[in-house]
Design a protein around this ligand. Structure first.
Ligand SMILES: [Zn+2]
Length: 381
């Protein structure tokens, strides 16, 4: 029987060398050239493990890549395993120079190390090791690395959905919930809406009666939006940005709000969306234009998803380390794979602190555990 933890330990140097190489290539989502560089780098590594690599060229974002391995015999499983990760980070170029890449007290610090260069490295080293050791599973495998996840996967969404179609399961190698490093077994659906109010400008002192205040109208609608919050049931509606008006002494002709909406279930998403679309003005002379949608569907904790998480947690316990599960308000590509009906395990990638924040880090010892778990999962699921 394979000792997965021992096997992972024997790959520690290889794993951390690759994490370092990936962190050294800074990849803010907005920088296409930087993301293209890391895509090619990762594509070459996947090719070397025998993957059939496709580069999905993009105009605005970095190129996304997929790698496919077919099953090796006739009585193979027909449904594929999907592994998903993103190569982009939230950190602008130059952060590495300022923040550095350092080891301290059993942790590695660096921009993007937790979210999610360590998860990318774990995927590559894990697959390479399974290949070398003859532990490759008898099922097709697909790996997808995209470069626009941090802005909501606008260009890669169709590719994520296409890749998930017909998959047996998906492992989304994002970091675990900050702190415990828990699997994320429930993710909220995320919507962004814009509310544009148009009124009529007029001199505020001389002819107030000729105007229609867009700001006044917007204020009413913001209060109405606020009442749609239902925190106990997981619905949050936040007017996060407002703008409007042109001068202190002019009745404002325009005002706009940007609204963040999060829900637990598809049903809630439908309800809230229709409530927002039904908003109507009460200040005479003003009109509303409502745009936006839910761009990430909720990831519900279905029985299939719970079963997958249960297996991963069980194996972790066998290896002697603790893995838990939590729900989160944040979204990831797991929302997309789960919405395709694919049981999705999100948050296996690493354990650390401060994603998207100063002092971002991973726990070094835990990364080896995560590698063991990844290999066991791909081998046995
Ligand atoms: Zn991430």
């Amino acid at each position: 029987m394979t000792d997965w933890l021992e096997l992972a330990k024997s790959k520690k140097t290889e794993l951390f060398d690759l994490i370092e190489q990936l962190v050294m290539i800074e990849t803010p989502t907005s920088d296409k050239a930087a993301n293209d560089r890391i895509s090619i780098f990762a594509a070459d590594l996947l090719k070397a493990i025998g993957g059939e690599v496709t580069i999905h060229h993009q105009d605005e974002f970095g190129d996304h890549i997929t790698a496919d391995w077919s099953a090796n015999s006739n009585n193979a499983a027909t449904q594929h395993a999907l592994v998903v990760g993103h190569l982009d980070t939230v950190w602008p170029l130059g952060t590495l120079e300022r923040m550095g890449y350092t080891e301290k007290d059993g942790r590695l610090y660096g921009p993007g190390v937790l979210d999610m260069k360590a998860g990318i490295a774990t995927t590559i080293i894990g697959l390479r090791t399974l290949r070398e050791q003859g532990l490759w599973p008898n099922r097709p495998i697909k790996v997808l690395f995209n470069t626009d996840e941090e802005v909501g996967s606008p260009s890669s969404r169709p590719l994520v959905e296409e890749s998930a179609k017909g998959a047996e399961y998906a492992l989304v190698m994002e970091p675990g919930q900050a702190g415990a490093g828990a699997l994320k077994t429930q993710r909220k659906g995320l919507g962004e809406f814009r509310l544009l109010v148009e009124g009529k400008a007029s001199h505020a002192g001389a002819f107030p009666e000729r105007g229609a205040s867009a700001i006044h109208e917007l204020s009413h609608r913001i209060i109405e939006l606020q009442t749609m919050n239902d925190w106990p049931n997981g619905i949050t509606v936040n007017t996060g940005i407002i703008s409007g008006g042109s001068a202190r002494n002019t009745i404002p002709a325009k005002a706009e709000a940007v609204i963040d909406v999060r829900v637990r279930t598809n049903e809630q998403a439908g309800e809230i969306e229709s409530k927002i679309r039904a908003l109507s003005p009460t200040i005479e002379g003003t009109t509303l234009t409502i745009t936006g949608s839910f761009h990430r569907p909720p990831m519900e904790r279905t029985p299939e998803l719970a079963k997958l998480a249960g297996k991963l947690i069980g194996w972790s316990n066998d290896f002697g380390f603790e893995l838990t599960e939590e729900s989160t308000g944040g979204g990831s590509d797991a929302n997309l794979t789960a919405a395709m009906g694919v049981p999705s395990a999100d948050g296996m990638g690493s354990k650390g602190l401060n994603p998207h924040a100063e002092g971002e880090n991973i726990q070094i010892g835990e990364q080896v555990n995560r590698l063991a778990l990844f290999m066991k999962a791909i081998n046995s699921l």
